[in-house]
Design a protein around this ligand. Sequence first.
Ligand SMILES: Nc1nc2c(ncn2[C@@H]2O[C@H](COP(=O)(O)OP(=O)(O)OP(=O)(O)O)[C@@H](O)[C@H]2O)c(=O)[nH]1
Ligand SMILES: [Mg+2]
Length: 380
Amino acid sequence: MSERVSIVLPCLNEIATVASVVTEAKEALCRAGVEGEVLVVDNGSTDGSPEAAAAAGARLIHERRRGYGAAYLGGFAAASGDVIVMADADGSYDLAALPAFLERIRAGDQLVMGSRFQGHIARGAMPWTHRYIGSPVLSGLLNVLYRTGVDDAHCGMRAFRRDALPELRLHMPGMEFASEMVVNAARAGLRIGEVPVDYRVRGGRSKLRTVPDGWRHLRFLMLYSPTHLFLLPGLVLLLLGLLFLLILLPGPVVVLGRLFDIHVMVLGALLALVGFQILTIGLYAKTLAVTLRLQPMDRTLRVLRRVFSLERGLAAGAALFLIGFGVDFGIAARWVASGFGPLNEVRPALFALVAMLLGMQIVFSSFFLFTIELQVREPA
Ligand SMILES: Nc1nc2c(ncn2[C@@H]2O[C@H](COP(=O)(O)OP(=O)(O)OP(=O)(O)O)[C@@H](O)[C@H]2O)c(=O)[nH]1
Ligand SMILES: [Mg+2]
């Protein structure tokens, strides 16, 4: 098969290496026996590296927006190949791995990730903080949250079929682009392959800033999954709060010789209310993302749509509110009946307060959820 291959190299001030990387890329194409092109994408170099890249025979692309992700987005739009291969312009990736990537693509993988951990990492190529802290923590979190099964989620050498690009839904402008690509590929159910790549010591200065770029990855991973950021923590807090409230409603409880009383019930009220708020924010975020088609429909939302309707939400909210109101009414009636004597009904009053607040929240969050669906839906 002779597909056309575009090797895309983002480049920001890599004068020390870019020309030799372009040459290496052209040789790799030649050796792999494929037609292709080498693109270098610049968006702000001041050291003459774009000119050096062009002189070495690269097609030069200028991207207006700054950042690693933005450079790739510009490069992908300009690339003419059926297969797009990504690598750094800093000389760190051994492009001799190209045939292995193409082999996986021909075997049907839609995204092929390099893995530096399966290859050889030269001494000094990766600072220990990245190798033993940043990379395992961020890759681990990415895999727990998104189950991609990829072991080196930040590897900069990758390949994919151009026709997979719409499914990859790439937007992010910075280094978090690397995470976005893997996460979206897994979400879209693309077949992801992995091949070992060797990682060499880069020439020039690294553009990766450990803390700000690590944080960009982390915030992307959190913001992209309302289920883990909101729904699960919200649900856990809500259930814990309700448990405290209900167990302590009849009276104090002794556990391991310690007395748990009103104060723990107050804590329960706090947890239940905060938990419910977080939970509903998660539902709004998820509904919005699915309605705007930024995310595919998932199981949680599908189940919710089956069991939940605006009318059911309103009915449940109103019922809960009335229960709380009834309890408070009973307290008030007993107070009046006792001739406005001393009153000590903190337990049921606390329970009633939570029931009424949750009831009102359920009513208005139901309205809000259906407002999103009604007003945000794209015209058919
Ligand atoms: N056009 C462009 N290229 C960028 C930008 N930031 C980084 N790059 C390039 O993207 C590639 C990856 O950046 P690096 O600094 O190598 O980051 P890294 O590979 O994660 O870190 P190192 O292991 O230190 O190399 C390099 O070729 C950079 O020149 C940018 O804002 N614009
Ligand atoms: Mg690099």
